[in-house]
Design a protein around this ligand. Structure first.
Ligand SMILES: Nc1ncnc2c1ncn2[C@@H]1O[C@H](COP(=O)(O)OP(=O)(O)O)[C@@H](O)[C@H]1O
Ligand SMILES: [Mg+2]
Length: 282
C-alpha cells in the first residue's frame, strides 16, 4: 500500500484565486460584473504587481483577497484555506493614508498592536523599531498634518509592517506622491519587504498600480488585466536581478525590453478602455 505524504502547509501557494468573479448590485437592482473568472497564484515571498486600465477591477481583486468582499463565484484561498473574512496576517496599504489625524505618529503605529492585545510597553517598542526603519524616529511626537506626503506614507508603511503581515496588499499606495518621493518610497518598500534577502520569511505581496514602470521595477511577476470586467490577460516574469534601485533599474536595456513586451499587451486594454470612455462622452 502506498501512502501519500502530506505536502504540508508550505506547499500551498500564499494566495490563490480560482475562477473568482464579483458581481455588484447597482442601485437599479441590476448586476455589475467587476471581475470575472480570475485565476492567479502568488507564491510565498513573491512580489506580484497587477496592472490594468483604470476602472477595470484591480481594487475589487484586492478586496476579494483581503476578505473585505466575498467572490460571487469561484474561490479565494490564503495558505490553501478559503478566505472568509479579514485576517490578522493580511496587511493593506491604500492610496489614501489610513492615519488617525488626532493621534501622534507613535500612537498611530502603536494602534494596531494595541488593538490586537499587545501590552503597551511592547507595542511602543515595536512601533519605535518600525519608525526607525522608515526613518521617522525623530518624528514620533508629530501629528499627521505636520508631516509631508512622503512622511505620512512612511507612517502608513510602519503601521502595516508593525503587524508583521504574511500577505501584503497594496492598492496604488504611492500614486498621490510626487515622482521623486515615489521612487524613494519604492526603494524603501523593497527594503522593508526584504524578499531579495529572505524569500522564506518575506511577505507575499500583491501591488496594484496603473503605472507599468513602477510595476516592473518592483515585482517578480507582472499580471496584466483586461479592460473591465477584468480577468487575467497575461502574466510576465521580471528577470531583473535584486536588489534593485528603481531610478536606475528602469534605464537598463532589459527593463526597456520587458516594458515594451508588457506594454504591447497592456496598451491594447488601455485603448479599449479609452474608446469606451469616448463612446460614453459622445
Ligand atoms: N462596491 C461597489 N459597488 C458597485 N460597483 C463597484 C463597487 N466597487 C467597484 N465597483 C465597480 O467595479 C468596477 C471596477 O472597479 P475597481 O475595482 O475599483 O477598478 P480599478 O481599481 O481597476 O480602477 C468599476 O466599474 C466600479 O465602478
Ligand atoms: Mg482602484
Amino acid at each position: 500500500m502506498t501512502t501519500h505524504s502530506d505536502p504540508g502547509p508550505g506547499a500551498a501557494p500564499a494566495i490563490e484565486l480560482r475562477g473568482a468573479s464579483k458581481v455588484f448590485r447597482t442601485p437599479s437592482g441590476a448586476g455589475h460584473t467587476a471581475v470575472r473568472d480570475l485565476g492567479l497564484t502568488v507564491r510565498q515571498g513573491e512580489f506580484v504587481a497587477v496592472v490594468g486600465p483604470t476602472g477595470c477591477g484591480k481594487s475589487t481583486t484586492l478586496t476579494l483577497v483581503s476578505g473585505l468582499e466575498e467572490p460571487t463565484e469561484g474561490q479565494v484561498l490564503i495558505g490553501g484555506e478559503p478566505v472568509t473574512g479579514i485576517r490578522p496576517e493580511v496587511g493593506f496599504v491604500f492610496q489614501q493614508d489610513a492615519v488617525f489625524p488626532w493621534r501622534t505618529v507613535l500612537s498611530n503605529v502603536m494602534a494596531g498592536p494595541r488593538f490586537r492585545g499587545v501590552p503597551k510597553a511592547a507595542a511602543k517598542e515595536r512601533a519605535r523599531d518600525w519608525l526607525g526603519r522608515v526613518g521617522l524616529a525623530a518624528f514620533e511626537d508629530r501629528y499627521p498634518h505636520q508631516l509631508s506626503g512622503g512622511q505620512r506614507k512612511r507612517v502608513a508603511l510602519a503601521q502595516t509592517f508593525v503587524g508583521e503581515p504574511r500577505i501584503l496588499l497594496m492598492d496604488e499606495p504611492f500614486s498621490a506622491l510626487d515622482v521623486q518621493t515615489r521612487a524613494l518610497m519604492s526603494d524603501e518598500l523593497l527594503e522593508l519587504w526584504g524578499g531579495a534577502s529572505a524569500p522564506d520569511t518575506a511577505a507575499s505581496v500583491v501591488f496594484v498600480t496603473h503605472d507599468l514602470e513602477e510595476a516592473i521595477a518592483l515585482a517578480d511577476r507582472v499580471v496584466v488585466m483586461t479592460a473591465g470586467p477584468a480577468t487575467v490577460k497575461e502574466v510576465f516574469a521580471v528577470d531583473l536581478p535584486r536588489p534593485r534601485q528603481v531610478e536606475s533599474v528602469r534605464l537598463e536595456p532589459r527593463f526597456i525590453e520587458i516594458y515594451r513586451e508588457i506594454w504591447s499587451s497592456l496598451g491594447e486594454e488601455v485603448r479599449i478602455t479609452r474608446e469606451r470612455g469616448a463612446g460614453h462622452a459622445a
